[in-house]
Design a protein around this ligand. Sequence first.
Ligand code: PLP
Length: 479
Amino acid sequence: MSDDEILRSLHALREGDLPVHGGRTMAYVYDAGLDGVDELAARAHAAYAGVNGLDMTAFPSVVHLENEVVGRAAALLGGNAATAGTFTSGGTESCLLAVLTARNHARRTRGVHRPELVLPVTAHAAFHKAADLFGLEAVTVGVDPQTFRVRPEDVAAAITDRTVLVVCSVPSYAHGVADPVAGVAAAAAARGVLCHVDACIGGWYLGHLRLARNAPPVPEFDLSVPGVTSLSVDLHKYGYTPKGASVLLLRDAELRRHGWFAHRSWPGYPVVNPTLQGTRSAGPLAAAWAVLRRIGTDGYTELSARVHAATRRLADGVGAVDGLRVLADPDASLVAVASDDPAVDPFVVADEMRLRGWYLQPQPAFAGSPANLHMTVTAAVTGRIDRLLAELADAVRRARAAGPPAVDPALIEAAAGLDPDALGPEEAALALRLAGVGEDGGLPERSAPVLAVLQALPPRLAERLLPEVVGRMYRPGRP
Ligand SMILES: *Cc1c(COP(=O)(O)O)cnc(C)c1O
């Protein structure tokens, strides 16, 4: 194939994707809406794509770029001269490394061998992944049912001699609210336990918002808060950099070393891996460095101020739509929208919005949080909030007319009796057929009926079945 044909094929494949620009995709993608930023990032990425961060002595440019990017994050987020950090591939890797660091630190300095991780029930799934991968017990703490924020006294009560790390979120992904960092960090410090602030989505946004003229009150959340020992902030979210860019900040290099892997007990090259990766392209780092320079502190501050105003307008406007309510008053740029009318199913609203070109992310009910739709407000959508609200009101009218999808009670009753661990491939296939999932893992155009079933299943059963759905999509050689 010619270069042109190859590129045409790649572009054609994207026609089935959600758009990554324009702000109508309100999860997964972040658009600064600024001319030329993506083009600059692509060129910087290409210039460094083949550079390998695996060996920082062979590629000193990587060290230079990383020190500048991490230094910028530390300066923004309450760091001091001792602050250390690592550039990672994303929020998940930053959170994984924070947990790994704390586990190893507690093992070596406190002799903890059956480690526990204390986290609010609202913490990101990445922390459960970390507990699973690194052999920790996840101890979840309930949140206030009205505000969805964890209470410091509940965190304090969950800490034991085996606790290696306490986590809080600013903000939480699902509800967009900030946990009370000062109280949680103090509770951890009182027991000699480390405290991680997950500011993956909010750190860059809030850190700049507080620099704005007439800035709204921003909750205290960064490394300057006593007791906070690490913080994660994603650049590929509100840094508007290409994907594969996050920073983990730590109190100091002495803490950071516990998360690194060093190996000289094999016949190959001596290894020091600061992240979970071996070979790592410097492309995302160079692209992040370039975009940070291009937008600059003033640029990010301006973007944050605009996103803040738009989020307020959106939250107030949603509250005024008959049938909808904002689940929690947003502390950042995320809005969770639930229904206050049993005839209006949020997932049907999402389907209606999808037909109008908007993607709102369904969040099934869990632990006192009702079914709702997540909206991430990025700079590109700030000029379209009125349009969004009008379409939302229209979608709600249609959803009310359609009514909520019915879930067969017999199906749910049968599901309740299933042991997820004992489920063989045939039973799993039968369950998926009943749920309306195609042989190729394809979902019906309207996702609300499938989501209603998913929501009604016990979470552990869903965790058994969801990989089956995805497994049907990933079949080598399938067109
Ligand atoms: C996005 C996010 C993560 C995970 O980040 P990825 O970049 O998707 O791996 C973790 N915590 C919070 C609060 C997030 O919003």
